[in-house]
Design a protein around this ligand. Structure first.
Ligand code: ADP
Length: 495
C-alpha cells in the first residue's frame, strides 16, 4: 500500500513526546514490510542543519489562510527504500525555538501554523504523483485534514480522494481556538456545526478530525474504551460513542533499533536478558552522572516525563515524600510546569543523597535512566499508550504503573499472572496507593530470584512494530472499504 502520514513531530527530526516516536517508527515499519510511506511534517529550526541531505523539491504551495495566501516550499529526505519525509518550509511559522511553545507559553498563532500545515497535507494528498491509497493523520495539528479533503471532494472536483485515518495520541489536547479561527480554514459554514468542528462556539480541530475521518484509532485498546466514557472523554465522549463503530485501539510498538540495551550508543555497558551484569554497571554510571552516592545495592527508582498533571506528578511527589525514609534513591529527568519543577527541586534539596533531578530534555540521559534504574515509576492520571513503561520492560527495569490506558495494556501484575508478571500496578489515584506499590517493589528487590524472573519476563515482552504494523494495515483496509461505501463488517475484516 501507499500511505501518506502527517504529524507535527517525527523522531528523529523533532520531538516533544510519544507522538514523534510512534510516527517515526510506523513509517519505518511500513517501509520495511514492503509498503511505500511518506511522512509530512513542518521544517522546524535546526532540522536542515542536522540533516544536510534534505533536497528542495520542485513544489510551491500558495494556499489561502482566510483572506491571506501563504507561500511555502517543500523539502524531502529519502530515509530508506519506501520511506520519504516531506518537510513543509514556511519559515515565518516554523523556524522558531520551540515546536508549540516557548518559555511555557503557547505560540499565539498556533491556529494559523497548524491549519496551514493541514492544508499542505491535503494539498500533497491530492497532488503527489505517487497518489497515496490512504492518508493517516495524527492529533489535532492535522485534525482538519479529513474536513479539508471532504470539502475538496464535494465542491472542488477531487474525484476519488483516498480514505483518512485519524490517530488520537492524547485526547486532552484538542486544538481549541476562538470561532474566528474557523475563517482560516476557508471551509463553508456547514463544517462549523455541533456535528462537525464546532465545540461550544469555538473551533475544535481534533473534534473535526473525529467527525470527518473514515476511521479513528487511538494508541491502546484500553484507552479506546476509556475515551468513550465521561471520565476520560474530555468532553468528546458523546461524539466518540457515536463513532464507536469506527474507533479502534492499537498499542504503540517500540522501535527496537532505538531501544535495545545490547546495542545502545548511549550506554557504556551493553547487556541483555542472558547477560544482566552490564545493567548493574550502568546503574553505577548513572549514580555518578546524577551526582548520587554510588551504592550498587540501593534500589534506584527513575522517571522521565513531561511535567504535566496527566503524568501524576502530584501523587508521585507525595509518595516519594513518604518513601524516602527508606534507603532508596530516585532520579528524575523532566521538563514542563514550573510548579512541578520546583516541587522536585525542593525534594532533592531536602534529600540530596537520595534524590537527583535534571530539568530539561536529554535523549541520551533518558536511555541511561532506563538502563540504570531498578524500577521505573509512571503513575499517570490517564495514559493513552505510554512508551517509557515499554522501554523500561525492554531494559529489564520493572515498571510501577497506574492501571490505566496503555499502562494497563502493556504491564502484567503478579495478581494477573504470577508466572508472567513483569511489573507492579496500582489502581487508586493517590499518593498512598503509589507508596504501597513502591513498598511492593522494595519487597521484590529483597528477593533476587523473583526479581530476576520479573526482569526476564520484562525483557522478553515483544512490542516490536512487526505486529503493530499489520494492525494498522488492517485498519487502512477498513478505511478503504468505508470510503468506497462498502460495509466492511460483512467483508470479513476485523481488527
Ligand atoms: P507523552 O507522549 O505523553 O509525553 P509517552 O510515554 O508516550 O508520553 O512518550 C514520551 C516520550 O518522550 C518518550 O520517548 C520519553 O522518553 C520522551 N521524553 C519525555 N520527557 C523527556 C525528557 N525530559 N528528556 C528526554 N526524553 C523525554
Amino acid at each position: 500500500m501507499k500511505i501518506l502520514l502527517a504529524s507535527s513531530e517525527v523522531h528523529p527530526y523533532s520531538k516533544t513526546g510519544g507522538l514523534a516516536d510512534m510516527v517515526g517508527a510506523l513509517g519505518k515499519a511500513l517501509a520495511r514490510s514492503g509498503h511505500e510511506a511518506g511522512i509530512v511534517t513542518p521544517l522546524y529550526q535546526g532540522i536542515h542543519e542536522r540533516f544536510p541531505a534534505l533536497r528542495r523539491m520542485d513544489w510551491q504551495f500558495n494556499l489561502p489562510l482566510g483572506a491571506q495566501p501563504v507561500p511555502a516550499e517543500l523539502w524531502s529526505l529519502e530515509v530508506e527504500k519506501g520511506l520519504t519525509i516531506y518537510f513543509i518550509d514556511q519559515p515565518g511559522f516554523y523556524q522558531r525555538a520551540g515546536i508549540y511553545l516557548e518559555n511555557h507559553v503557547s505560540y499565539p498563532d498556533n491556529a494559523e501554523r497548524f491549519i496551514f500545515f493541514s492544508k499542505c497535507v491535503a494539498n500533497l494528498a491530492r497532488y503527489l504523483p505517487w497518489r497515496p491509497d490512504v492518508v493517516h493523520v495524527n492529533d489535532w495539528q492535522a485534525g482538519l485534514v479529513p474536513a479539508l479533503m471532504l470539502h475538496q471532494r464535494r465542491g472542488e472536483g477531487w474525484g476519488n480522494p483516498p480514505p483518512v485515518c485519524l490517530t488520537i495520541h492524547n485526547l486532552a489536547y484538542q486544538g481549541i481556538f476562538p470561532a474566528a479561527a474557523f475563517t482560516l480554514t476557508n471551509l463553508p459554514e456547514e463544517f462549523f456545526t455541533i456535528e462537525g468542528a464546532e465545540f461550544y462556539k469555538q473551533l475544535n480541530c481534533l473534534k473535526a478530525g473525529i467527525a470527518f475521518a473514515d476511521v479513528i484509532t487511538t494508541v491502546s485498546p484500553r484507552y479506546a474504551r476509556e475515551i468513550t466514557t465521561e471520565e476520560f472523554g474530555c468532553g468528546l465522549d458523546g461524539l466518540l460513542r457515536r463513532r464507536q463503530d469506527r474507533l479502534f485501539g492499537i498499542l504503540n510498538g517500540v522501535d527496537h533499533e532505538e531501544w535495545n540495551p545490547l546495542h545502545d550508543p548511549f550506554l557504556k555497558h551493553p547487556y541483555s536478558a542472558a547477560r544482566l551484569a552490564g545493567k548493574r554497571k550502568n546503574k553505577i554510571e548513572l549514580q555518578k552522572e546524577m551526582g548520587l552516592p554510588v551504592a550498587a545495592d540501593a534500589p534506584l527508582f527513575g522517571t522521565i516525563t513531561r511535567l504535566a498533571e496527566q503524568k501524576g506528578v502530584d501523587i508521585q511527589l507525595g509518595a516519594l515524600e513518604e518513601m524516602l525514609s527508606a534507603d532508596i534513591q530516585f532520579v528524575l529527568l523532566g521538563s514542563g510546569s514550573v510548579a512541578f519543577e520546583r516541587g522536585y527541586h525542593a525534594l532533592s534539596r531536602r534529600f540530596p543523597s537520595q534524590v537527583a533531578v535534571q530539568i530539561g530534555y536529554d535523549e541520551g540521559l533518558s536511555h541511561r535512566i532506563e538502563a540504570g534504574c531498578d524500577f521505573y515509576i509512571m503513575p499517570s492520571r490517564f495514559e493513552p499508550s505510554g512508551l517509557n513503561q515499554m522501554y523500561s520492560l525492554r531494559y529489564g527495569t520493572i515498571p510501577i504503573v497506574r492501571a490505566v490506558g496503555g499502562l494497563d495494556d502493556s504491564v502484567i501484575d503478579f495478581s494477573q499472572n504470577a508466572a508472567r508478571a513483569n511489573g507492579i500496578k496500582f489502581r487508586e489515584y493517590s499518593a498512598r496507593a503509589l507508596a504501597q506499590a513502591v513498598r511492593k517493589a522494595l519487597a521484590l528487590y529483597q528477593q533476587p530470584g523473583l526479581l530476576r524472573r520479573y526482569r526476564q519476563n520484562a525483557m522478553k515482552t515483544d512490542f516490536s512494530w512487526d505486529q503493530t504494523v499489520d494492525e494498522y494495515l488492517k485498519i487502512y483496509q477498513i478505511a478503504e472499504k468505508i470510503n468506497s461505501g462498502q460495509d466492511w463488517r460483512t467483508a470479513g475484516h476485523g481488527p
